[in-house]
Ligand binder design. Sequence first.
Ligand code: AMP
Length: 425
Amino acid sequence: MPFTKLGLSDPLLRGILASGYTSPTEIQSEAIPMALSGQDIIGCAQTGTGKTAAFVLPILSRIFRERPVKAKKRVIRSLILTPTRELAVQIERSIHNYGQFVGVRALAIYGGVDIKKQLETLHRGVDIVVATPGRLMDHMRRGSIDFGAMEVLVLDEADRMFDMGFIDDVRKIIKTLPEQRQTMLFSATIPPEVQQLAAGVQKDPQMIQIGEQHNPIDTITQHVYAVLRQQKLDMLLHMLQNRPMQSVLVFSRTKHGADKIHRKLEHADIASIALHSGRSQSQRQHALDGFKSGKYQVMVATDIAARGIDVRGISHVVNFDVPLYARDYIHRIGRTGRATNAGDAITLVAPDEQEYLRKIEHFIGQRFEPEQYEGFTCAQFMASLSRTQEQTRSQRLVARVRKASRKPRLTRRGRGKGSHLAVAH
Ligand code: AMP
């Protein structure tokens, strides 16, 4: 279905065209008409599917169509809650892009920067606030923000809000919002805690699920290399110097690790930068902008950059450390292969990380074939990796046989409007 059939007004269609989009993505085709009708939505879509436009366009449509009469200044019509500052900035930019012919005013509210400018902008009046929970609570305590006229609430990356420990703040914020509102919740995965949150804050939501929940998007090629921990840095360097890797996002489990990798690369004259929560907000934005513009070939980051961050044309994601949580793997590798571009995900697995690799395999329902990287081979470890894989395979078979003899369970089936809970065996 083309954008023109989704029920969006002309100025929005012009904004979409100016953003270079020719046809809606799947989540946009499904969510936009539903959101325009005022329906509450749970959107479960993999990262990079175009979900920002799926909720921003209906919000802009509402703002454009129904301006409050005789309001002295702009009032906040919509609140979008996001887990990270970078994501807040990114969504604010998307609002300005899509809404460039609508005359919309949006403000990103996040910590790590002077609050004064945010206070001034709020005082002048804005239509949409995109916020991280911590700084928003700060504004609420000061009484500098008024949600009395808020109509649409979006909870973006809801699963990440839980992972990052923001959920109590999110609940507190929602309690102060008008009850009469539309609530859209987006999450890459829908674990039970997110279902519970949705049940408490939404009214009769429609579920939209795009693609299989756990499978990394089709455009990404995944590689796993078995390597000793002490050889990882040299191996990464060798890869960067000998393979065509134009734009590389390297994930490290710790801030210290990210700095160490960055220093090593810098020392070898590779244009690199680090992004983690130990850096100031302006350093973080500088890193992201420099990586986006191509000034830095490599950005070394912690999981802070794993969610939502949209940098076009990342050719490779390297998991320098195997992520501890399987779902972080999906988010990390989803930074490449965005929209319809292809991308490579490379995971370096050391002997003490085999357990995490197994969890990822289990989560995505796919088995990796670990490879060796020439010059960094390690026969003993490869042999042990293959052995454990054999064992896991037979354990899984036993588990499957046991499961087959258990009671039926509830599972979510189908996609789109007709989604429903069904009994599966
Ligand atoms: P998102 O999942 O919202 O972060 O979007 C992922 C990427 O897809 C971003 O670079 C968007 O600009 C891009 N995108 C979103 N919608 C479309 C579309 N309809 N056509 C082409 N690209 C899109």
